[in-house]
Design a protein around this ligand. Structure first.
Ligand SMILES: NC(=O)c1ccc[n+]([C@@H]2O[C@H](COP(=O)([O-])OP(=O)(O)OC[C@H]3O[C@@H](n4cnc5c(N)ncnc54)[C@H](O)[C@@H]3O)[C@@H](O)[C@H]2O)c1
Length: 362
């Protein structure tokens, strides 16, 4: 860890948030303010009107219109990159080279080579990089992961699904704060929604793949089919896990019904069934874990399900106390990027695609 960073750390991580857009407003500002081992030290956005309003509400110690200026502030220990996907890798790279730890929104990136280059820089600068797959901090998923490790025995089958709802904006508008927009906000040159299949894969598929590897282990290859003939985009994805587990994933955006996300996992000594809710309900997944050892189902309550706050606390814990990284590290972030690219290639070729063979971007 660079001296400039280690010497400034105490019991609370001073975070600078890059981007005052919707995800920062609905998740990260509050998460940093509620975290018991971090503080919202700085926020940054080129959009002056937006930044001023967010600073008035969240009262950071400092605010910056320039990212470079925020990175030059020695009091900033770590940054959260809360910008559009196309800016994730460049912004993370700048932070890493300034010796700052980084929590970068998902997906890690869109271009595989750029992600691999970022990994080298993370290693060279000896900083922590975590990807914002906050579902790893869902207490239901944490419980399922522990049960799988301790009681499931050998896993042989894994099914997971993630279907956004046609009514999702009714739901999120009801629970999120009123989102402030600005005409001055920086947006990518290319419209991220120009290719909707790719956009949905990055926005939603990235979560599905990360949950899959969190619970099921590493993915070796995928074979995918895709349709949007009826409007919604739907992928059915066969998954070959590295350990031989059979896998099947369903990604649909959006089903004409409620949010539909969950998993069923079968093992030699038990099974796990999970139902995950729209994240903006801040409700832990309902997870039923059956164990042959006591012939009982086990289900946690998971009352504290502020995934975004718990994600920040986990990130800070890794940096401050050296706690093993529970969040998605750079290798798993890269594996998600590989899985998304492999799925797109497989849709085109109708063949199995090995994740280690893919190149290019999504
Ligand atoms: N984990 C989740 O649950 C979740 C939910 C929603 C969105 N996201 C992710 O969050 C990310 C951000 O989403 P959003 O909708 O808030 O983005 P956005 O593009 O609407 O807002 C980003 C803000 O960052 C500012 N910005 C960008 N680059 C800057 C720079 N170099 N310097 C200063 N300011 C800069 C822009 O001006 C803008 O105001 C996306 O990658 C998305 O995938 C994650």
């Amino acid at each position: 860890m660079p001296d400039s960073v280690s010497s400034s750390l105490d019991s609370s991580l001073r975070i600078g948030v890059l981007g005052c857009g919707p995800v920062a407003q609905a998740a990260h500002f509050e998460a940093c303010r509620k975290a018991d081992n971090a503080e919202l030290y700085a926020l940054c956005d080129v959009a002056n009107d937006l930044r001023e309003r967010m600073a008035a509400v969240h009262q950071p110690q400092v605010q910056y219109g320039s990212y470079e200026d925020m990175l030059s502030d020695p009091s900033v220990d770590a940054v959260i990159v809360a910008t559009a996907d196309a800016f994730h890798v460049p912004a993370a790279r700048q932070a890493v080279e300034a010796g700052k730890h980084v929590l970068v929104e998902k997906p890690l990136g869109t271009d595989l080579d750029a992600c691999l280059d970022l990994r080298e820089r993370v290693q060279m600068n000896d900083v922590v990089l975590q990807v914002g797959h906050m579902k790893r901090f869902d207490p239901g998923l944490e419980y399922a992961r522990d049960f799988i490790g301790e009681q499931l025995g050998e896993m042989f089958a894994f099914k997971a699904w993630y279907a956004d709802s046609s009514h999702r904006y009714d739901m999120t508008d009801a629970t999120q704060p009123v989102i402030v927009q600005s005409d001055q906000a920086r947006t990518p040159e290319d419209d991220p929604k120009a290719d909707l299949a790719h956009y949905y894969m990055r926005a939603h598929g990235s979560h599905l793949f990360d949950t899959t590897q969190f619970l099921g282990g590493s993915i070796e290859a995928v074979r995918a089919r895709h349709t949007n003939e009826a409007g919604p985009h739907c992928w059915f994805i066969d998954v070959a896990f590295t350990d031989g587990t059979l896998g099947h994933l369903d990604l649909t955006v959006a089903v004409r019904m409620d949010w539909h996300e969950g998993f069923e996992i079968y093992g030699e000594q038990g099974s796990v069934q999970g139902k995950t809710f729209n994240p903006w309900y801040f409700k832990a997944s309902e997870v039923d874990c059956f164990s042959e050892s006591d012939e009982q189902y086990h289900r946690p309550l998971g009352s504290d399900a502020h995934f975004y706050r718990r994600q920040v606390e986990g990130f800070a814990n890794t940096i401050l106390n050296g706690t093993p990284q529970q969040g998605t590290g750079i290798d798993d972030g890269i594996a998600v990027v590989r899985a998304m690219i492999a799925t797109a290639r497989s849709v085109d070729s109708e063949q199995w695609v090995d994740l280690n063979q893919v190149q290019g971007s999504l």
